[in-house]
Design a protein around this ligand. Structure first.
Ligand SMILES: *Cc1c(COP(=O)(O)O)cnc(C)c1O
Length: 299
């Protein structure tokens, strides 16, 4: 399936060459999951891989999933479904029927069905009676939760660590619905890299809530030595400032690596800030996971 979708894994790990204050004390690396595919956003592939394999094996004809009007998850899923001949039913938060976002226009082009839910209805997206009602109405469909973050997503995310043999003292990743961080937490254990510190950067306002999402995805026996930093969400999901936009542009021109202000830009900003604060001990080997998202950086 990866071959038929032209998925480029393993993704490369490269030195991250920046002149930020504090960077001379440590070694910086970046895992280029943004290069996995031009349309399928990097970490969304990681999270969807095994669900899509199962759908193919079982001959699932329809997938139902959830997201906002700018959702990288729905966008990646919509493209995969079209390529694999599966009908996608996208349940979208809010009514964009009069002016669909570029992401939603792509979904229409890929023959997805879109249903717009008002915010109160969308709130129920993970409640069991809501899910059961959809299951009853679409008994043969596979239902994938928001962001693709479900237990089944973790083995695909784990491959981020498994596909390269280097060891790192710190791994940094942006956090939205928590599946990527949860997968890395689990992979760290199975790969016996328990000494690697995992640092999630919240891309939205969600102190407590995000920790709960991550914990709920993990087995009870999972290690608890991970941390989410909540200082760098810039006011909330998809909120940003002129300063963050400039930072993303400067980063791109200095490194040749594109980042966007919703996820990867906030993670890079946080890395820069933490370096300046002397957070990383001298000699640390710090890996930033570039989760992709550039296909979504459109107006
Ligand atoms: C969805 C997304 C994230 C967040 O990942 P979660 O597993 O939802 O926490 C980070 N980066 C990009 C580019 C994304 O599209």
């Amino acid at each position: 399936m990866s071959a038929s979708l032209n998925i480029n894994t393993p993704s490369p790990v490269q030195p991250l060459c920046v002149d930020w204050p504090g960077s001379e004390q440590v070694e910086l690396f970046i895992k280029r999951d943004d290069l996995i595919h031009p349309i399928i956003s990097g970490n969304k592939w990681r999270k969807l891989k095994y669900a899509l394999l199962e759908a193919r094996q079982k001959g699932v004809a329809e997938i139902i999933s959830f997201g906002g009007g700018h959702s990288n998850h729905l966008h990646a899923l919509g493209y995969c479904c079209q390529q694999l001949g599966i009908q996608l039913m996208a349940l979208v938060r809010g009514d964009y029927s009069q002016n669909p976002t570029p992401m939603l226009r792509d979904l229409y082009q890929w023959q997805a069905q879109i249903m717009y839910l008002d915010k109160a209805t969308y709130q129920q997206r993970s409640q069991s009676d809501f899910i059961e009602a959809w299951r009853a109405a679409h008994p043969n469909a596979m239902i994938v939760p928001e962001g693709g973050s479900q237990a089944q997503a973790l083995p695909g995310v784990a491959e981020i660590l498994q596909e390269q043999k280097q060891k790192f003292s710190h791994i940094i990743v942006p956090v939205g619905s928590g599946g990527t961080l949860a997968g890395l937490i689990q992979a760290r254990q199975t790969e016996q890299q328990d000494n690697t510190q995992l640092l999630g950067i919240a891309a939205l306002k969600g102190e407590g809530y995000l920790e709960e999402l991550v914990t709920n995805l993990l087995p009870r026996s999972a290690p608890t030595n991970w941390h989410i930093e909540h200082r760098f969400h810039f006011g909330g999901y998809a909120k940003s400032t002129a300063e963050l936009h400039t930072f993303c542009q400067t980063f791109r021109s200095n490194t040749g690596i594109g980042i966007e202000p919703v996820y990867s830009g906030k993670a890079c900003w946080a890395l820069k800030q933490k370096l300046a604060e002397g957070y990383f001990p001298q000699g640390s080997r710090v890996l930033l996971i570039h989760t992709g998202g550039l296909q979504g950086a459109r107006q």
